[in-house]
Ligand binder design. Structure first.
Ligand code: PXP
Length: 397
């Protein structure tokens, strides 16, 4: 049974509408309402304030209003068709403010409001009595847990941790400490589901010895980042990591500066991927969120793409950040439609990770610098657990 999403708020990116539609359809399917239809209308603070004043005598903006079409149950009848179960009106501006205050991914918070409004439509009302409030919360939890598979339920986004910077500190003295192998084990104990290391041609941080020992000790998954050179391909085929992520590499750069140009280097990447796949190593290509690069990645036979989030992370101001986020949302959907598996990473931190973690098609995030920096202050265990909270594992439903 279809739901309709109507976006009347210019501040809401059009790119998120299909995502919200999918969540709304799941919601209606989870609570079977034969033949009925619900409209979710996304509006500004000004518009919701007018509705709140007109229908509830409250002259202020609010986060969500539900207008049931069941006149007996709810006299605040909205102008809807006879198959309408009702309308849920959500203020995008209030939702954004509240999501920020609660430190929750904006999209997740919007879906929570959709659920809240929907539960009102089906007859629950927390304002009636304390026990009615309890019943309503129970129904919201039930619907959230059965419908929102992408937000920390059956399909949790995974966290892989890059431990290069532990090796960077060790290499500052060319000694034995700190050891990225020990750090990797601690990351796994704290819930990381993969360890990433970048073996660079200049060996500035991770050493060959690290990769060899990690191959023996890692309990989850070893993702070897590397350039598509003959030397690195030989090392990968010998060590057999669980996957390889091919990245562009420049000696003079401080960190990876952009995605691979798969379009221009299709032939050599095709060859490199073929050789790695011959050794049964799945390959991910680190690319900018562009359709042309995604299509080329598919053409050369990559299993995964890792979408470069660095430009999003470096964006100045809300508008630029939203624009970059849009590009990643669209690229993730495009890659998924091509049948590619989708990861993302670079420059993600505790503040900016939420909206990326909320993108349904992304399976795994690769995060290094922010976690290792925080670990200096609070320890690896806490730093990893806090990041897991941020990406949605730990959100209380
Ligand atoms: N993904 C790739 C391909 C990278 O090269 C890096 C940096 O080594 C990361 C993810 C992690 O980036 P950050 O350290 O900024 O979290």
């Amino acid at each position: 049974m279809p739901a309709t999403i109507i976006n009347r708020c210019p501040q809401l990116r059009q790119a998120v509408i299909p995502r919200l539609k999918k969540e709304a359809d799941r919601l209606l399917a989870a609570h079977h309402q034969p033949g009925r239809h619900v409209s979710f209308v996304l509006v500004s603070d000004q518009e919701i304030q007018t509705l709140n004043r007109t229908y509830r005598n409250k002259d202020s903006a609010t986060n969500v209003l539900s207008f049931s079409n069941d006149a007996q149950r709810d006299p605040m009848l909205a102008v809807t068709g006879s198959h309408e179960l009702g309308e849920v009106i959500i203020s995008v501006e209030t939702a954004r403010r509240e999501a920020t205050e609660l430190n929750q991914p904006f999209l997740l918070y919007l879906v929570r409001l959709m659920v809240h409004g929907f539960v009102h439509l089906i007859g629950y009302d927390h304002e009636r009595s304390p026990s009615a409030a309890q019943e309503m919360t129970a129904m919201e939890k039930k619907l959230l847990s059965t419908t929102i598979t992408s937000f920390g339920r059956s399909h949790m986004i995974k966290l892989a941790i890059n431990v290069d910077h532990v090796a960077t500190i060790r290499q500052a003295r060319l000694g034995r400490e700190p050891d990225p192998v020990i750090a990797a084990a601690q990351c796994e104990l704290a819930g990381a589901v993969g360890i990433v290391v970048h073996l660079r041609e200049d060996r500035r941080h991770i050493q060959d010895r690290d990769v060899r020992i990690l191959r023996e000790t890692i309990q989850t998954k070893l993702n070897l980042e590397m350039a598509a050179t003959e030397e690195m391909i030989a090392i990968a085929r010998d060590i057999k990591p669980d996957m390889v992520t091919l990245v562009p590499e420049k000696r003079e750069e401080l960190t990876t500066e952009g995605g691979l140009d798969v379009v221009s280097f299709a032939d050599s990447l095709d060859r490199a991927i073929g050789e790695l796949q011959d050794s049964e190593i799945p390959v991910s290509l680190f690319i900018d969120p562009l359709e042309s690069q995604i299509e080329a990645a598919d053409d050369v036979g990559a299993t995964f793409v890792e979408l470069h989030t660095g430009t999003y992370a470096d964006a100045q101001g809300d508008d630029e950040r939203e624009e970059e986020l849009d590009r990643i949302v669209e690229a993730a959907a495009t890659a998924f439609d091509f049948g590619l598996r989708v990861n993302a990473g670079h420059g993600l931190n505790y503040v900016n990770v939420g909206p990326i973690a909320a993108i349904e098609e992304i399976e795994e995030l690769s995060i290094g610098h922010a976690i290792i920096c925080r670990a200096l202050y609070v320890g690896i265990d806490q730093a990893v657990r806090e990041m897991r909270e941020q990406i949605g594992y730990g959100i209380e439903l």
